[in-house]
Design a protein around this ligand. Structure first.
Ligand code: RTP
Ligand code: MG
Length: 154
């Protein structure tokens, strides 16, 4: 990881998995030049959902949010690149998919506020990226590799 690079946590939510959009989301991040350094297809249990969304515990939508995020498998990922957290948030678009700009992932594919396809660490919440990465991944599940050194692709 070069000194200006940052890692961020990204997840295709159950609605995105069910609609077959894992590949599209991955493609967009690859096309942007970000680098995947971790990924796993998994089922989030109640405990992990509560921990991941702890900041929303007191909100009226919390129970529905936990129910949704545990309702089917997700694809959890770690992506690396310059300013990766902010870049991914920009590509995701607004939380409410109906308000998200065309060209953003939520704007192009998302249905509504609750079902918005993708999660990305909050860039305004200092350390959220590292916190979420360690919640979902062990250090040995992350791969340090260099996009620029393949001898097979040129
Ligand atoms: P996320 O954490 O899932 O990436 O989304 P976000 O940062 O854009 O939005 P956040 O404020 O963190 O909210 C987390 C998720 O809760 C659902 N939500 N429902 N019913 C409501 O008023 C409401 N507000 C938020 C959304 O699914 C949002 O992604
Ligand atoms: Mg959030």
């Amino acid at each position: 990881m070069s000194h200006h690079d940052e890692r961020t946590f990204v997840m295709v939510k159950p609605d995105g998995v069910q609609r077959g959009l894992i590949g599209d989301v991955v493609s967009r991040l690859e096309d942007k030049g970000l680098k995947m350094v971790g990924g796993k297809f998994m089922q989030i249990d109640e405990d992990l959902a509560h921990e991941h969304y702890a900041e929303h515990e007191d909100k009226p939508f919390f129970d529905g949010l936990v129910e949704f995020i545990t309702s089917g498998p997700v694809f959890a990922m770690v992506w690396e690149g310059a300013d990766a957290t902010r870049q991914v948030r920009q590509m995701m678009g607004a939380t409410d998919a109906q308000e998200a700009a065309p060209g953003t992932i939520r704007g192009d594919y998302g249905n509504d506020l609750g079902h918005n396809l993708i999660h990305g660490s909050d860039h305004e919440d200092e350390g959220a990226n590292e916190r979420e990465i360690s919640l979902f991944f062990d250090e040995d599940e992350l791969v340090d590799w260099d996009l620029g050194t393949s001898q097979w692709v040129y």
